[in-house]
Write a protein that binds this ligand. Structure first.
Ligand SMILES: Nc1ncnc2c1ncn2[C@@H]1O[C@H](COP(=O)(O)OP(=O)(O)OP(=O)(O)O)[C@@H](O)[C@H]1O
Ligand SMILES: [Mg+2]
Length: 274
């Protein structure tokens, strides 16, 4: 469904993404993980049509993309809701541009509010909502547009651990119910492994794909599933090589991970600090 062919991106003389080739199937949940600055946001922005590749192509259903389109919608880290609109108004806002029937708008908005468990809060304003609720509104206003592809750039990274776990389960349910294709950028290994069919590991300078790891386990998954731990560790080991490269560049060759204890433990804070 999504094909990225020989994609490169440079800002001035700096190559940010180099020779990215990737095929993503319909309804796949694909996560992108990699050191800060490796070009995850740049890549997802290009797929969204918010940024342009320097060369190469992004095809959706065999058609080259040209700018933004309602078939690809982005959910950002910060919900950025309209403060003067209530939950209902925020979710209905974009829909009003593509749908003129008020009954249809109401039905669609009510349905997605049920999916994200916000029906009781539809008349609340953003300042009356918790961070998790705001992010639920953000997801609701994206899926109400019924895009083929949902693009998510660290959507849960500003949330506390418990809220994040609830939202993992909700996103997993929404994905299983709607069959959307989801591209999900994260720094969090556990989150990537729990949610994804594939985890793409990216390397840096220039940003490139260094590995593509299948997580072939049935959904829905629970964070406590011990089968996930093996994959988490595998991804951590691969990611560590990339992080080490960055640290050596920034801190000098004498920097040593064995000495500096960058290790993976199953009960740690989900790799959130990576
Ligand atoms: N508009 C821009 N102009 C110049 N350089 C940019 C621009 N946007 C991004 N970059 C550079 O491109 C590289 C990739 O940035 P990007 O934001 O895509 O990384 P990232 O992997 O999303 O990082 P993080 O994990 O910190 O969010 C960085 O070196 C960044 O400084
Ligand atoms: Mg980013």
């Amino acid at each position: 469904m999504i094909k990225i062919n020989n994609l490169n991106k440079a800002y001035g003389k700096i190559n940010v993404l180099q020779d990215i080739n990737l095929h993503i199937k319909e309804s796949e949940f694909v996560s992108f993980i990699g050191p800060s600055g490796c070009g995850k946001s740049t890549l997802i922005n290009i797929i969204a049509g918010l940024d342009k590749a320097t060369s190469g192509k992004v095809l959706v259903d065999e058609k080259e993309i040209n700018g933004t389109h309602t078939d690809r919608i982005m959910v950002f880290q910060n919900a950025a809701l309209f403060p003067w609109l209530d939950v209902y108004g925020n979710v209905a806002f974009g829909l009003k541009n593509i749908c003129k029937d008020p009954n249809e708008i109401r039905d669609k908005v009510e349905e997605v509010l049920r999916k994200v468990h916000l029906s009781k809060f539809k008349h609340h304003y953003p300042h009356q909502l918790s961070g998790g609720m705001k992010q639920r509104v953000s997801i609701a206003r994206s899926i109400v547009m019924d895009p083929k592809i949902l693009l998510m750039d660290e959507p849960f990274s500003a949330l506390d651990e418990q809220t994040r776990m609830l939202l993992h389960n909700e996103l997993q349910e929404i994905w299983m119910e709607t069959g959307k294709t989801i591209l999900f950028v994260t720094h969090n290994i556990r989150e990537a492994v729990k949610l994804s069919d594939r985890v793409i590991i990216m390397g840096i300078r220039p940003g490139c794909i260094v590995d593509d790891i299948a997580i072939d386990m049935a959904h829905p998954r629970q964070s406590t599933d011990s089968n996930l731990f093996y994959k988490e560790e595998l991804i951590f080991r691969k990611l560590k090589v990339e992080i080490e490269k960055v640290a050596k560049e920034e801190l000098g060759n004498e920097y040593n991970f064995e000495k500096n204890h960058l290790s993976w433990e199953h009960n740690n804070t989900m790799g959130g600090g990576i």
